[in-house]
Design a protein around this ligand. Structure first.
Ligand code: AMP
Length: 470
């Protein structure tokens, strides 16, 4: 007997398949998958997996189209965790993930999935999320303002290797709804995707704010394109009031929800609806109240909880907090801890709590969000340093531009396009700097450390002077 218990998630999906087998579960482009087909395929997959002798999780490339939910559900039914691999990442990066999955030892019991994010060592790091974490998150987000189960249509582009995709996929299927996935892996083709949106009947949009902002460029992106849309669900980066107001003009009947949370705490830990009046006031928007069952704390320099109103590091506690990083016990100890019997995660985000609402103030480290993607600047730097032509490197995010300053190795004179080509062999596209700027030396502080502020200023100067040829 497998001691890992059944999930509420899989039970709900099996119930929908039994009661409404012909209902559409999942769509990509012109293709449709019914609940009957989903469960039949997943059961078959689960049987295949039960004969699988390897102890590490199956690695599923994210470009499986209609097969993707079948494969993932098959893993959950067979009580095996899954890992979705970014199919657009270079081979070297994919191999690092495969090696990590295969070599980090046996899986923790009760794992649902591993989600890999940018790591400051220059390799991706795997966040371990349990079946209990996932069931908890789904039950805590059932209170979203949505149509009754079976009637909502979820629209998302979130790549399956990003944790934002967990909400529409599993909440949608768990409620017996339809999930429509927009494939943007080969870029954002506005006419094709707009046609798919028009056919979708979507009621709920799930994306980063960056993706919605991109769509504002398309004049057809308005209520007439998505006449049933009643909710924009945003998570993953700062939501600007200007986006809320622009959407209110195009979609006057749709509500906007801002959710906040890291992959390590299962997608989102807080959320709130943003009324138009709040956005009209113009200031920063709150990221919300904790989901039922989640505790929040704002910690001072020594890890002590600070009183409301004071700024500190945001920590998240409760059943959404994952099981740490795969094969990285030291990093896990630094970020995950238990207090009063509750698991906690130190987010590295700065913020404050006021009247039960959380406010986000930025990061305390070198992690950034660029166009909705989570990036460790050190990941880019380590991979630049791995190129033989590079002696020193620093990556900076300058407003919306990801840039790198590079000191060539002695005797080398690489051109920026050469360096970008080298980096392309090592990093996924979203981690590639827009420009690489060669410099004679990196700026140092009086203590002899890298001066990142000065490096940003140098990058800005170079960009202004047009002395860049990336
Ligand atoms: P990820 O693990 O990719 O979901 O990224 C998590 C990080 O994204 C958090 O630690 C925050 O830094 C940032 N983040 C997530 N949601 C929000 C939000 N609503 N507002 C501002 N930053 C956010």
């Amino acid at each position: 007997m497998n001691p890992v218990k059944e999930m509420a998630l899989t039970r709900h999906i099996l119930e929908t398949a039994a009661g409404h087998p012909d209902r559409i579960a999942f769509c990509v482009g012109e293709e449709r998958l019914s609940y009957r087909e989903l469960v039949k395929g997943a059961r078959h997959q689960a049987e295949v997996l039960s004969a699988w002798r390897r102890y590490h999780p199956p690695i599923i490339p994210g470009d499986q189209g209609l097969r993707l939910p079948v494969l993932l559900l098959g893993c959950l039914l067979s009580r095996r965790p899954y890992v979705v691999m970014d199919p657009t990442a270079p081979v070297l990066r994919q191999n690092q993930l495969i090696q990590d999955v295969e070599e980090a030892g046996p899986d923790l019991p009760g794992l649902a999935y591993l989600m890999y994010t940018s790591g400051s060592t220059g390799r991706p790091k795997g966040v371990q999320i349990s079946r209990d974490n996932l069931d908890f998150f789904l039950s805590a987000t059932r209170s979203l303002p949505l149509e009754p189960p079976g009637e909502a249509v979820w629209l998302t582009h979130a790549p399956w290797s990003f944790d934002l995709s967990v909400l529409p996929l599993w909440q949608g299927l768990s409620r017996g709804d339809r999930v429509v996935w927009l494939d943007t892996s080969r870029g954002v083709d506005f006419p094709r995707l707009a046609a798919e949106m028009a056919q979708s009947g979507a009621t709920c949009w799930v994306s980063t704010p960056s993706f919605a902002r991109l769509w504002l460029r398309d004049p057809t992106f308005r209520e007439a394109l998505l006449p049933r849309l009643s909710l924009f669900f945003f998570c993953g980066e700062v939501l600007e009031p200007s986006l809320v107001l622009a959407l209110a003009r195009r979609f006057p009947r749709a509500r906007v929800v801002n959710a906040y949370g890291p992959t390590e705490a299962t997608v989102a830990a807080t959320l709130t609806e943003i009324p138009r009046e709040l956005a009209e006031a113009g200031g920063p928007l709150p990221v919300g109240q904790p989901l039922p069952g989640i505790s929040l704390a704002v910690l001072g320099e020594n890890g002590e909880p600070l009183p409301p109103g004071q700024e500190g590091e945001i920590a998240i506690g409760g059943p959404g907090v994952g099981l740490g990083y795969r094969g990285l016990p030291e990093l896990t100890r630094q970020r995950f801890f238990t207090r009063d019997g509750i698991p906690w995660y130190r987010t590295g985000d700065m913020g404050r709590l006021e009247e039960g609402q959380l406010w986000f103030h930025g990061r305390r480290d070198l992690q950034v969000k660029h166009r909705g993607c989570r990036i460790e600047l050190a990941d880019i730097e380590q991979n630049l340093l791995a190129l033989p032509q590079v002696a020193e490197a620093v990556a900076v995010l300058l407003e919306d531009r990801l840039l790198a300053l590079v000191v060539p190795a002695a005797g080398a004179a690489p051109t920026p396009p050469e360096l970008i080509r080298g980096l392309r062999q090592r990093l996924p596209h979203y981690l590639l700097p827009e420009r690489i700027l060669p410099v004679a030396a990196l700026p140092l502080t009086p203590q002899g450390k890298l001066d990142r502020r000065e490096a940003s200023r140098m990058a800005a100067e170079k960009m202004k002077g047009g002395r860049c040829d990336g």
